[in-house]
Design a protein around this ligand. Structure first.
Ligand code: CA
Length: 485
């Protein structure tokens, strides 16, 4: 969808009282109003408990329907409430993307004994000690759900590794021993082999597992009437499985079914290779751009803004790139903490929302604020303006004016359906002026800064140029004065 926006509708520290789905329904109108076209939901299936964000996945078929892990509902509410939220999203002609966690399972019903070997946490290809019997939580019987939707029950044969031995009380990464067992070879080479991330690591080369997960995916899509998937933790999953799984979905649901992957690497080569290996069947979060935004926000004045897109997907694969500023993992206190500093947030949102390249994703925590030990304020009012400018004025050809290390600008020249032009400037240092060309037909028109950061009015000269301004460490977005958002 042209100028679409994804809204990642959760942060790490949402209340676990179960009212989330009902709360989200009340937010849909304002999100629609600013141009959001897709809602990205948190993991909606039963996890280890109602205090689990959802990544400690217990039962993929329990969407808040069965009494398991201490409750019927998930952290977010019941399946009925979830279905109602989805119907309300669709009623507003927005899409629904669900989070899909297939790397691991947690909160097993029983422990089992089997052979395993401890590996070096820093290099998982190195064994530490001998193969021996351990006891770990790997049996999933789903007593509350029984055989409803699927008869499949999980046991240690369906996993590659665990992180705890009950017999000795040893914490560490254990590789499970067995026929055709071992870390997947098609994963990131970080830490020797990054198959293992957390909990009980799913063996994605086990034929019965593959069959079960493929069947589940189609059930999940139909059960909730989903429009897309966000694939979690792809860096830790077998590429052969990922490609096969995505082809299976596309074949069944068509190319319109949207797939977005989380491959957490800012190594451009690794990202490009991954996209090739999965045959470009998924878009990816632009982790490279996120780290550039983070870095620019850390080095005020020292960072060369002209390099803000270097190594990013919006530069190398613009049609596969989902640009984002922060998310539930990069936020303060989380596992991949790399928070874009508050002074740079509005600028960063200007960068993802007003450029031609990329499908931007607004983070709930940036919009409504985050809770937790170090709560952060939301930038709703500022993001509202930038998102509406994206919807109405950020169209057509884009011309860059990457003037200096601390100030860059670009114009969007509009198109047939969107005749207005829009000039964006950002500064990470002093205030600055950049002369940018809008077109001779704009001569004499007066432009104003829609962000409200500058109170000036700029008159376009006879040749169609405007000498646009930006304040120190700020953003200004110039559109013809009097135009309504
Ligand atoms: Ca894995």
């Amino acid at each position: 969808m042209e100028n679409g926006i994804i809204f990642q509708a959760y942060e790490w520290y949402l209340s676990d009282e179960g009212g989330y789905y009902k709360d989200m329904v009340l937010k849909l109108d304002e999100l629609k109003e600013i141009g959001v076209t897709a809602i990205g939901l948190p993991p909606v299936y039963k996890a280890t408990g109602t205090n689990d964000v959802g990544y400690g996945t217990y039962d993929l078929y329990d969407l808040g329907e069965f009494h398991q892990r201490g409750s019927v509902r998930t952290k977010y509410g019941t399946k009925e409430e979830l279905k109602y939220l989805i119907s309300e999203i669709h009623k507003r002609e927005m899409s629904v993307y669900a989070d899909v966690v297939l790397n691991h399972k947690a909160g097993a019903d029983r422990a089992e004994r089997f052979e395993a070997v401890l590996v070096d946490e820093k290099d998982r290809t190195k064994e530490v000690g001998e193969v021996h019997e351990i006891e770990a939580w790997t049996a999933f019987d789903f007593p509350g759900r029984g055989d409803t939707y699927s008869k499949f029950k999980w046991n240690y044969n369906h996993f590659t590794g665990v992180d705890f031995d009950n017999l000795t009380g040893t914490k560490g990464i254990f590789r499970i021993i067995g026929e055709n067992k071992g870390w997947s070879l098609g994963v990131s080479g970080e830490k020797g082999n990054f198959d293992y991330l957390m909990f009980a690591d799913i063996d994605l080369s086990h034929p019965a597992v593959v069959e079960e997960l493929k069947a589940w995916a189609l059930w999940f899509i139909d059960e909730l009437d989903l429009d897309g998937f966000r694939m979690d933790a792809l860096k830790h999953m077998d590429k052969v499985f990922v490609k096969d799984f995505l082809s299976h979905i596309k074949e069944a649901k068509g190319d319109k079914f949207y797939i977005l992957g989380e491959y957490w690497s800012n190594n451009e080569e690794e990202n490009n290779r991954f996209l090739e290996e999965i045959d470009f069947k998924s878009d990816l979060f632009d982790v490279g751009l996120h780290f550039n935004l983070h870095q620019a926000s850390q080095n005020s004045g020292d960072y060369d803004l002209r390099q803000i897109f270097d190594g990013s997907l919006v530069k190398s694969h613009p049609s596969q790139a989902v640009s984002f500023v922060d998310n539930h993992d990069s936020q303060l206190g989380q596992s991949l903490q790399s928070w874009v500093a508050p002074w740079f947030k509005e600028i960063a949102y200007g960068i993802i929302l007003l450029r031609k390249e990329g499908y931007p994703c607004i983070f709930y925590g940036d919009y409504y604020g985050t809770k937790g030990e170090n709560p952060q304020e939301g930038l709703k009012d500022k993001i509202d303006i930038l998102a509406k400018v994206r919807k109405d004025f950020a169209h057509g050809e884009q011309q860059d004016y990457f003037q200096s290390t601390s100030s860059i600008g670009w114009v969007r020249l509009g198109d047939e359906d969107h005749p207005h032009k829009c000039a964006t400037l950002i500064s990470s240092g002093d205030s600055d002026t950049i002369k940018m060309f809008l077109g001779e037909e704009e001569a004499g028109k007066i432009y104003a800064d829609f962000t409200g950061n500058s109170q000036e009015k700029i008159t376009v000269d006879d040749e169609g140029y405007g000498a646009f301004q930006v304040g120190p460490g700020s953003i200004s977005v110039w559109v013809e004065d009097g135009t309504k958002l």
